[in-house]
Design a binder for this molecule. Structure first.
Ligand code: FES
Ligand code: FES
Length: 177
């Protein structure tokens, strides 16, 4: 077993120095050391997507990511989605996803939902108008034991429409000026 060493990680815009074994999964650093419990443990084998966070903006499975390999690449968790430093576009997408999740009553037990939301926001950030194949690809391996997958997909499509409409409103110059 490796000895604990100091690692500096950049999580939700803040630097933290944690002294843990280099092979400790990022998930446990987030949950147990940094007290960010929004990212959940499911399978521990990169099979379910419950632990999805963004590493350098890319949805990544924190359960199989040794903290020693993270370095200072930015990590964003569900707790960091509302950080003030996100771009206006990302804020718009995040709000649209949250509204669609609420309007569509997507969550059931809620256990998998932080992984679903992190996946949805990343998808719409990168592909504002995804087709069904794009959505299936993004959510491949992001599972829900409660069977919410159809509602997740419907909510992603609804969020894409809302974000596009909000974008048009923002981009259109006011007629009163
Ligand atoms: S807990 Fe990480 S993919 Fe299942
Ligand atoms: S909402 Fe229960 S596991 Fe997905």
């Amino acid at each position: 077993m490796s000895e604990p060493v100091a690692h500096t990680v950049l999580v939700n815009g803040e630097r933290h120095t944690v002294t843990v074994q280099p092979d400790m999964p990022l998930l446990w650093v987030l949950r147990e050391v940094l007290q960010l419990p929004g990212t959940r443990f499911g399978c521990g084998m990169a099979l379910c997507g419950t632990c999805t966070v963004w590493l350098d903006g890319v949805p990544s499975r924190a359960c199989v990511l040794p903290v020693g390999r993270v370095g200072t690449r930015p990590v964003v968790t569900i707790e960091g989605l509302h950080a003030a430093w996100h771009s206006p576009e990302l804020v718009r997408v995040t709000r649209a996803v949250e509204a669609a999740w609420t309007d569509g009553n997507v969550a059931q037990c809620g256990y998998c939902q932080s992984g679903q939301v992190m996946t949805a926001v990343a998808l719409l950030r990168d592909q504002p108008a995804p087709n069904d194949a794009d959505i299936d690809r993004a959510f491949d391996g992001v599972l829900c034991r409660c069977g919410t997958a159809p509602r997740v997909r419907a909510a992603v499509r609804a969020a894409a429409r809302t974000a596009a409409t909000d974008s048009l409103k923002t981009d259109t110059p006011s007629s009163s000026t």
